[in-house]
Design a protein around this ligand. Structure first.
Ligand code: C2G
Length: 130
């Protein structure tokens, strides 16, 4: 049983997120998502449209996702990897080399980011609709 873990805000879900989750799950048998809490988003300088609970419900409905846990600080990853026995840590390539210290505890994989889609762009577009 190979266990994969990844982290993110996952606000205003789009196919870039789905592509990431699908490829992450394909690397193993069980996918854990560390979902940024609203408080942690504030630390990341992000304000999500959907609350943590709403984003959690949406993620839990995705066939690739097996478990959603709260992400409320930058430093929890090593503890999570040990606690949930993750074999592989996955992030999109916009985070390339940002989490290489995790190679001490598990495999680290950066997957190509899906071009031409982002929550920010989607939100900007929706604002133009009256
Ligand atoms: N992603 C992607 N393609 C996009 C947009 C996002 O592959 N067009 C990936 C990101 O690389 C990330 C995941 O989808 O792996 C979630 O993206 P965000 O919700 O934007 O997450 P982020 O704010 O980058 O938070 O500790 C890590 C942070 O919590 C990551």
């Amino acid at each position: 049983m190979k266990r994969v873990i990844t982290y993110g805000t996952y606000d205003v879900l789009h196919f870039g997120h789905i592509n990431l989750l699908k490829r992450a799950k394909a690397l193993g048998d069980y996918l854990i998502v560390g979902l940024s809490t609203d408080e942690f988003n504030a630390i990341k300088g992000k304000k999500s449209f959907y609350s943590y609970e709403q984003r959690k419900k949406i993620l839990e409905a995705i066939r690739y996702v097996d478990l959603v846990i709260p992400e409320d600080n930058w430093g929890q990853k090593i503890k999570d990897i040990k606690e949930y026995k993750a074999d592989i840590f996955v992030m999109g390539s916009d985070w390339e080399n940002k989490f290489n210290e995790l190679k001490e505890v598990c495999e680290v994989v950066y997957l190509p980011r899906t071009e031409d889609v982002s929550s920010t762009e989607t939100k900007e577009y929706l604002k133009t609709l009256n």
